[in-house]
Design a binder for this molecule. Structure first.
Ligand code: SF4
Ligand code: SF4
Length: 623
């Protein structure tokens, strides 16, 4: 009964982690959950720790959670061994499972000798590029190719389709044909594990990082990373029999062992355990399968003395769960920049802006800091992407909080549906004090399309207000109820503080004109032609407002395709119209009508690339 314990605990843990990931993946796909799979990745955390040490900035959209998990990952390697790989990593679990199925068909091959040694360099090369690019750019390069992230996000944000497709294919094929191919030869986290498995590796990392951090040695970051990767690779291929500091090392007690060889045949890494007294092989991740397979009690143990078979599983859970609990207590700014002098800081004040949904990563944080650094009187900014908030420090003698808030505010507008042109409408102003984005308004508009609501807008005076253009009979309490229901359904973090009905009436046609985003463009040497040669034809947009935001594409298409057309002007006059300006003798009005009825438009980009897109417009000639 006790023989299978180590494997059993591990298998339960692996199965639980994988099941949770699959559940969250399905939840995300059907819209029941919004789990960010990066949140629990120690690889991102390690890179964030390094960018924090190098530049005082947290890479990409990493938070304290990933950084604590990254630190615990390293601690786990140093003290216990590669338990993360064998117990928690979903890629390791899937690769093992694929391999076990492949074994049944006897298609797995071993890679030995020089080929094995050369292939092992790949993960250090990948680690080198991953760390160097991340440290140079502040963006997590591993997201572009990570087979796990690429799969669970369905090639989501920042995933490079080509890189991720290659790595997913290599991962699957490698797992079928070879033993744990990804883990052994390509995983950069595996490379980090092997560096930290050896005292020499730890010594080199500590020496290099402290010289960089404490003594500010001005060496190019790629050289530093290169040295660490080279040392790791050398330690791995030479399998230097040096001291490994971890407490757990599989130990074979020769006086009890009956040399049956079961442990060697069971080891998923292909380590010849039966030929060793202590397993110091860099691939050993303490999975415990050899201990579980051993038929002789006490012949194989977790280290020289200890034989508590469930301990690795319990330790790894305790470590990583405590990490998550510790991380939940702290927060660090993603970007923290101050440029005010001591004198200015002395008379400064600070305030926090919440609900900044566009603060999602390192780049957006840096963009925000740049924007703020150009504002006279703003002295420092901290951004927190986990909470989508920013702390702004400002000089009270130069600017006030309200002016900064107004400056940051961007108006949003979302059409819900068209009213009757002669319909009397009313505008309700709801005080919400939340930075509602275009995306928020889009969701609200969708939810309100069966109500007597025609357009939503946001506005900033002393606070943010949501403007709802409704039928004149809509009461304040009804619109408040409608918005509050959406707020609860979507878990929006805002309260409707009050509703004020505007006493400025507006008609259906007034709203349509307001909703129409005007567009004016001239091209094809418009100014070079004499005025008397200029003619125009006006076409009515049949399906406004469905495609009213595609006028830039329309301009691009017309300008690049039809040389005699020199301008377009979209406006809502008595109806939504687009006026095409053309040069007499070069173009006939009927040509324009024919061209605009084509099913496709050709877009030409600044780099010369072209793209065929569906013509979204239906035009008719004005009467
Ligand atoms: S030596 Fe034992 S613990 Fe290490 S990987 Fe092989 S089976 Fe797992
Ligand atoms: S399985 Fe146990 S008894 Fe058999 S060779 Fe390995 S350590 Fe010895």
């Amino acid at each position: 009964m006790s023989k299978k314990r180590v494997s059993l605990f591990r298998n339960i843990l692996q199965f639980s982690v994988l099941s949770l990931i699959i559940l969250f993946f399905i939840g995300n796909q059907v819209g029941l959950s919004v789990v960010d799979f990066e949140t629990y990745c120690p690889m991102g955390g390690i890179q964030a720790i390094l960018t924090l040490m190098k530049d005082g900035l947290i890479a990409c959209n990493m938070t304290v959670t990933q950084m604590v998990l990254g630190a615990i990952f390293i601690f786990c390697i140093l003290v216990l061994g590669k338990l993360f790989c064998s117990h928690l990593c979903p890629l390791g679990t899937v690769s093992e499972a694929i391999g076990k199925v492949a074994d049944k068909f006897k298609i797995r091959r071993d890679i030995n000798g020089v080929t094995d040694k050369v292939l092992r360099s790949l993960k250090y090369i990948l680690l080198f590029f991953t760390l160097t690019i991340t440290l140079e750019t502040g963006e997590l390069f591993c997201k572009t190719y990570d087979p796990f992230y690429g799969s669970v996000t369905m090639f989501g944000h920042r995933v490079n389709f080509l890189f991720a497709t290659i790595s997913i294919s290599v991962f699957v094929l490698g797992s079928i044909i070879f033993r744990l191919f990804w883990c052994k030869y390509l995983c950069p986290l595996g490379a980090i594990s092997n560096i930290f498995k050896y005292w020499i590796g730890v010594g080199v990392v500590v020496a290099v990082l402290s010289s960089m951090y404490f003594f500010e040695v001005g060496v190019d970051i790629s050289i530093i990373v290169g040295i660490i990767c080279l040392v790791g690779y050398a330690l791995e291929i030479l399998k230097i029999d040096t001291k490994q500091q971890s407490v757990l090392k599989i130990t074979r007690h020769t006086h009890t062992c009956v040399d049956c060889g079961l442990c060697s045949r069971t080891c998923p890494q292909g380590i010849d355990v039966a030929d060793l007294e202590m397993v110091k092989h860099p691939d050993c991740n303490l999975c415990g399968d050899c201990v579980a397979a051993c038929p002789k009690d006490g012949a194989l143990t977790l280290n020289e003395k200890m034989n508590v078979k469930w301990l690795p599983s319990v330790l790894v859970v305790v470590l990583f769960v405590s990490g998550l609990l510790i991380a939940s207590q702290y927060n660090l700014p993603t970007v923290s920049k101050a440029w005010g002098s001591n004198e200015e800081m002395a008379k400064s004040k600070e305030f926090t802006i919440n609900h900044m949904s566009h603060l999602t990563c390192f780049s957006s944080s840096m963009g925000f800091v740049r924007q703020m650094s150009e504002v006279d009187g703003v002295l420092a900014v901290n951004t927190y992407i986990s909470d989508h908030k920013a702390e702004i420090t400002y000089d009270t003698t130069k600017i006030d909080e309200l002016s900064i808030r107004k400056m940051l505010y961007t108006r949003s507008k979302q059409f819900v549906k068209a009213p009757q042109l002669d319909q009397p409408l009313t505008v309700h102003k709801l005080r919400v004090a939340k930075y509602l984005t275009e995306a928020d308004l889009k969701i609200m508009a969708e939810a309100l399309k069966d109500e007597d609501v025609y357009q939503l807008e946001t506005q900033f005076d002393t606070e943010i207000r949501l403007l709802a253009f409704c039928d004149a009979n809509m009461s304040e309490s009804k619109i408040e109820n409608l918005i509050t229901t959406i707020k609860h359904r979507r878990s929006y973090p805002f309260e409707v503080k009050d509703v004020v009905k505007s006493n400025v009436p507006i008609s259906g046609i007034g709203l349509m004109k307001r909703a129409f985003k005007k567009h004016k463009a001239t091209f094809n040497n418009f100014k070079s032609y004499p005025r008397e040669k200029l003619r125009s034809v006006m076409l009515v947009l049949e399906d406004f407002p469905k495609n009213e935001n595609k006028f830039k594409e329309l301009s691009n298409h017309v300008a690049k395709r039809y040389k005699g057309v020199v301008g377009i002007h979209a406006d809502y006059e008595a109806q939504p119209t687009v006026r095409f300006f053309y040069i007499q003798d070069m173009v006939e009005p009927q040509d324009i009508i024919n061209w605009m009825s084509q099913p496709e438009m050709t877009l030409v980009y600044t780099n010369g690339d072209t793209e065929q897109v569906t013509n979204p417009y239906k035009f008719k000639l004005t009467n």
